[in-house]
Every structure is written in C-alpha cells, then in structure tokens.
Design a protein. Structure first.
Length: 470
C-alpha cells in the first residue's frame, strides 16, 4: 500500500523505525510557548561552546589550585571548622601526590596531574574561586547544567541554542558526545533537556562508539518515499496546528522532523574521520591502546568537527575507569585511591584536550570557540579514609579558553588550604552569564515566559567576569 493511502496512525507506525518518528516525539515534548529567539545584544566573540564536563568532581588542590601548605601540614587535623561532607568521614590534611610547578610565560602554578594542559597555561583563564550550592552528584549536575538543583529547567546548552539560533540546519544545535565507556552523569539525560523551551533546543546524544552515532540514522525507507512521508505528516500537522492553541509548538515539531531528515546525510559524514590526516589522529590519541583515552580522543576530535559545522554547544563525556568510587556516571569521584583514580582520569583527558586546543588554534577556530572545563564541585583538602577525598562545593577550580577570553590569567582564590573561596567568589550563575556574554547575549535579557514568570538560565543572579575578557 502506498503512503498516500495511509491514515495518520498507520503512517506513524510505518515510519516508527526511521528518524521521521521524531516528529511525534517533538510534538509530545513541545508546548505552547514562543519559539522566537532574541537578537544578539552585542557583537559576539564566540560562535560555539565546547563543554568539557568532568563528572564526579576533579580535585582542584591536586590540579589547578595547588597548596604547598598541605604538604607541610600533611597528617594534621584541619585547624578550621568543617562542614558536613557527603559521607562525613573526614580525616586529616592530605598532601597532594603531584608536584607543583609554574607553567607558561604567565607562570600559573599548577601540578603535573594534567601535564599537557598545564603546558598550555597561557591559553587558560583559571577560575580558582568557583562555588556550588550542593555537594550531592545529581543535584550538583543539575545545578551546574541548569542553575537549578532538580528537574524541570533547561540545560545551558538548550539556552545557548535557543538564544543564538541554529547555524546549520543539517545538525542539532546542541550535541552531547558519548562513548562506550562513558556513562550519563547522575541526574540522567534531563540534565541535557530543554524543559519548557521548544523541543528543538534539547541536547541530542551522539554515541560515537557505535556504528550509528544516532539510532536509526540509516533509514529503512527509500529517500523519495521518506520525503513523501514527511510531506504528508507536515501537511497533517499543519492542519492540526490550526485547531489547537499550541500552534507554534506543532510547527516547531515539523521543523524538527526536517532536521532529522537532513541528519541522515550529515551525521554519517560528520562521524567518518577517514579524511583526517594520520598526524591529526595521532595528536589526539585516536589509536591509543588505552581504550578510555582513545574514546575521549575521538570525542575531542568530533567536537572540533562539530564546531567546523556550526554546532552551537557541544558537551563531552568522560569515560570511567571504576577506581576509588568513580564509576560510569561520576568517573572523577575518588573517595578512595585518589592518586590511582585521578591519575587514570587525567591521563584519559589530558592529551586529547591539549590536542583540541592546539588544533582549534592552528585552524583559527579557538578565537571563536569558547572551551569550558569544570566538574560539579571540587574535593576536600583533607582525606576521606586513608587515600581519598570527599566532595567540596565551597571552593574549587574550573577554566575557560578561547572565545575572546584572556589566556594566562587566574581569577579569585581559595584559602590557604583550598577549602573555601575567599576572594572574588564565583558562582554557576556568573559562569553562564559570562558564557552568554561571549556569545553576544545579555544573560538578563535571554528570557522565556513560563508559568507566569520570565525565566532565565541565571535565574535572578549572575555577573559577567569582565576582567577575563580579552
């Protein structure tokens, strides 16, 4: 039976194995709200964001905010009052097993835990006074991604896509890269969600370890038949839109289906890296015998390729080594075996991230691509058990590079133990206010009317880190 003789229910059943089924998914997830995005407030310095998310919590005192006092006071009790920690099994001060040095012409102090990233210190703006409000992984992940600690709010990537608009109709504006050994951070896929924003802004997960990065990307129907199917469902949806209040949402779902149709050619081309030189693959570490390293290297290379194709927001996912409490969803979570676990995680990401910075720079893309490196919190300067560290949201480090941000600078500081932020205290709201600013958006003006309130990524908070702008 030809498609022309199918009714709507039969048509949807027919196409359920192909990407055009996204029409129904988008329709169900969309809602009655405007899809209009605001004009840019000022000239953008960045066009895309690469979000290097270190789920589980990197220890800042072992990496970007080293404290010599920890070595001097190793084994002694902390001389200040301590907050409850996740497991509340607090030990004594624990020295870092990594060595402290000054790096680059800027002389930024770091340890050698990330030796290759440290060598690129002159490209980094290290924020040493970052804070969070939550010390539990799921809440921390939601908070870092959305500005709220629970379900129901759009991810920063969705806000960026909504505010900037798509630069490539053939690909989603917000892509989350995953690999075989990379889990979803605690909190689930909702941390990548669009919530009340139009469904076209939600994160699309590309599992680049699979033969098909997107399920059913290779259609089971001939292109001509699929084109006829899309035209039919579009006609039916437009007729339906005229009868309901959520007209704009239904029309947006039609556009979503068209993007899915175009992705059938764009995604296989994107993920085919045969055109990349062998030297490029080697620099990233694509063929590294360490599987986690090789998988993360491929993600970093894919991030560059997505930037080249105009994708607005790309998030990478760390792979797990299952050491010291760090597992699929939170691989940096070393409550025990810190040196072994953090060492393995650092080896996984260090070289590929350094290669990504260099590659973007060589291609003239770093100046228009903003890289953000952070976890949901840091770790305590005192031990948990004999050789681990617990969660510390009271002061930790993250860094930015490219996209109009100064390199070779630091912002803020923690106390002499690295326990609390004490100067130029930074927040998640400040981070996203700064990211939006570099994209040409005033974070106070990027709003969406929902439930009677103009919602923002930065809620009612946030200040741009103007001193970090080049």
């Amino acid at each position: 039976m030809s498609i022309d003789h199918q009714n709507r229910r039969e048509f949807l059943k027919l196409t359920s194995s192909g990407v055009s089924a996204l029409t129904l998914s988008s329709l169900l997830n969309a809602s009655e709200r405007s899809t209009l995005a605001p004009q840019l407030h000022h000239k953008a310095r960045a066009k895309s964001v690469i979000f290097l998310y270190m789920s589980g919590g990197v220890s800042h005192v072992d990496s970007f905010d080293p404290k010599a006092l920890l070595k001097k006071r190793h084994g002694q009790a902390m001389p200040v009052a301590l907050e409850r920690t996740q497991f509340d099994s607090n030990g004594n001060i624990m020295a870092s097993p990594w060595e402290i040095s000054k790096y680059g012409k800027s002389g930024i102090e770091m340890t050698n835990m990330f030796p290759k990233i440290a060598e690129r210190a002159d490209n980094l703006a290290v924020v040493r006074s970052m804070t969070a409000k939550f010390s539990e992984h799921a809440q921390g992940n939601f908070f870092m991604h959305t500005g709220f600690p629970f379900l129901g709010y759009p991810s920063a990537g969705a806000w960026v896509n909504y505010g900037c608009g798509s630069a490539n109709p053939n690909l989603p504006g917000y892509v989350v890269l995953r690999s075989k050994k990379a889990g979803i951070p605690h909190g689930g896929v909702s941390i990548f969600g669009n919530a009340f924003l139009p469904a076209t802004n939600q994160g699309s997960i590309f599992n680049i370890s699979e033969n098909q990065a997107v399920p059913d990307i290779n259609p089971s129907m001939l292109k001509a038949e699929q084109r006829k199917a899309l035209d039919l469902i579009g006609k039916l949806d437009r007729g339906f839109a005229d009868k309901v209040a959520a007209k704009e949402a239904v029309l947006a779902s039609i556009a979503n289906a068209e993007t899915a149709f175009l992705m059938q050619a764009a995604v296989p081309e994107l993920t085919d890296i045969s055109s990349e030189s062998e030297s490029t693959k080697t620099k990233y570490g694509i063929d590294n015998p360490n599987q986690q390293h090789a998988e993360y290297a491929r993600q970093c290379l894919m991030a560059r390729r997505l930037v080249e194709r105009g994708v607005r927001f790309i998030e990478l996912s760390c792979c797990s080594h299952d050491i010291g409490g760090g597992n699929g969803g939170n691989p940096w979570d070393q409550h025990g075996e810190l040196q072994k676990g953090h060492g393995a995680m650092a080896e996984q990401v260090d070289g590929p991230i350094a290669a990504l910075i260099d590659d973007l720079k060589e291609r003239g893309l770093l100046e228009e691509t903003l890289i953000v490196f952070t976890g949901e919190f840091g770790r305590t300067p005192f031990s948990q058990g004999s050789n681990g560290r617990d969660h510390n949201p009271y002061g930790f480090s993250m860094w930015l590079a490219g996209g109009g941000i100064k390199g070779g600078v630091t912002y803020g500081e923690t106390d002499e133990f690295g326990y609390r932020a004490v100067n130029e205290v930074a927040t998640v709201y400040d981070l996203w206010a700064t990211v939006l600013h570099m994209l040409g958006i005033d974070h106070e003006q990027l709003t969406f009317r929902w439930s009677g309130r103009d919602m923002r990524l930065t809620d009612v908070h946030g200040s741009v880190w103007k001193s970090l702008i080049a």
